[in-house]
Design a binder for this molecule. Sequence first.
Ligand code: SAH
Length: 409
Amino acid sequence: MTTIYLKPHKEESLKRFHPWVFSGALAKVVLDASHKASEPQEGELVCVRSAANEVLGVGHWQIGSIAVRILAFGEEDLPKDFWAERIRAAYQVRASIGLVRPDNNTFRLIHGEGDFLPGLIVDVYADTAVVQAHSVGMHVNRMDIAKALTEEIPQVQNVYYKSDDTLPFKAPVEGEKVGYLVRNTGTPESRDAEEFWSIENGLSFRIDWLRGQKTGFFVDQRENRALVERYAKGKDVLNMFCYTGGFSLYALRGGAKSVDSVDVSQKAIDLVNVNVAKNFPKTTNHTAVAADAFEYLSKQKAEGKTYDLIVLDPPAFAKHRDAVKNALRGYQRINAKAIEMIRPGGILFTFSCSQAVDKEAFRLAVFSAAAQVGRKVRILHQLHQPQDHPINIYHPEGEYLKGLVLYVE
Ligand code: SAH
């Protein structure tokens, strides 16, 4: 195996279990005999050693500022059964905290560094696991991962791989980036059209991992949706950026007087309608509209429309650090528009899923929005990502979702 030697003192963060080795920390790369090129291949396993030749761990080599993502600390090679053992451990956490139940078969199984598998995301929807590789190393190991998923997770019959948008494009990558790695039940087309429902807290969702965003569903809002259910009774609710209608279904179950679901994507709106019809076949108090958020809010305001409860869950406004300033302006603008439309004594659930925007910066943007509108606003809850999106304490970068629940006078 190729060995990476670090510069003196650069082993300290690895000794504190931070899983990334930055390229600036490298002193020397000693390639094993199989190499024809002068560099390791992207995605290959390498062993990392300190300047004093101490074994620090084994991980995936990458091109870019993060040179290695460590999979196993203190090991020279991946232990036998590594994939099965890590996946089993992640499943045990979900099972032991009560996320695996007949009325809840939807959960994130692997959350990258938070489950000690940097670069890997796995969401489980009923009998299908959807796998996303964010590193070439995970792409190279995708069949080991698929095998472990079907062997270790009782409910998983199919494994769908969806990494066309997530793999880095720094070097050519071999093999398909999209498609079933394992398929034991039905055809995706017939299942997607007719039978397939994934259940979250007793609510059924049609999940379209073939054409949908990310892995097909936003599992990360489960607990926050349940909080909306608690507050929805008798209220006129707007679910802005609704995607497949998660917050809308919980609001309807909570007894909302009316729910308006809005998303710019017509495909998302079609799915919201399918999901509402499945769970609440008799409901007449739900409307779904395909529209741009800013335009919709401006138009509704011009018509004098107001709401008791608004959910704002926009896509990441900042995907990179250099976009943070514009993102904060975006958060301020959209939150100001929403606060203006809340009836006195109403509630705003507002979120940011941009990892690059930290919770203080997001709160400041919402503060600026409240001040701009001039309403009295108090914070009732500070929300975050749920328990199946754990944050490795040694890798605080894993924290990304934050939300505020505001009481608006
Ligand atoms: N709240 C959702 C997840 C939201 S993801 C849930 O619980 O599942 C963000 C959504 O915002 C996407 O569905 C995307 O289509 C939508 N979106 C992006 N830009 C938008 C815009 N300008 N106006 C309205 N919706 C938009």
